[in-house]
Design a protein around this ligand. Structure first.
Ligand code: HEC
Length: 106
């Protein structure tokens, strides 16, 4: 019995490490997404523009490091947000994007 409680505790602790973002972080990240102009070019769950790819399932396709690089550095078409977002905004934005894992849309 003790043993299984300990196993459970370890599992809970490690899942917190993997999904280590709270709901309020993700909600703040969604607000950052809408307010920083991302939504102007990107759609998530049928809401947003289409200059950039649909990000509804981006959390499945890209690693956090890849997303971070794209956001901080930008690209030819996408502006760089490295000097626009505060550290906390960037972290919460990333936890929101990691949670965008829809299967159907790209
Ligand atoms: C002016 C339009 C524009 C804005 C604003 C913009 N993006 Fe992008 N984004 C793009 C385009 C276009 C791409 C396609 C890849 C490329 O050309 O870099 C892209 C690619 C991406 C990717 C990689 C997607 C993939 O499937 O490879 C991510 C993640 C991303 N953008 C996140 C963001 C976030 C977060 C913001 C706001 C902080 C943002 N973008 C703002 C146009 C934009």
């Amino acid at each position: 019995m003790r043993f299984w409680l300990r196993v459970l505790a370890v599992l809970l602790a490690s899942s917190a490490a993997v999904f280590g973002s709270s709901r309020s972080q993700r909600e703040h990240g969604a607000a950052v997404f809408a307010e920083s102009g991302c939504r102007h070019c990107h759609t998530i769950r049928n809401d947003g523009g289409n200059k950039g790819p649909d990000l509804s399932g981006v959390g499945r396709r890209l690693s956090e490091a890849q997303m971070r690089r794209q956001i901080v550095e930008g690209s030819k078409v996408m502006p760089s947000f490295g000097n626009v977002l505060e550290a906390k905004e960037l972290e919460d934005l990333l936890s929101y994007l990691r949670s965008c894992r829809d299967k159907k849309r790209k």
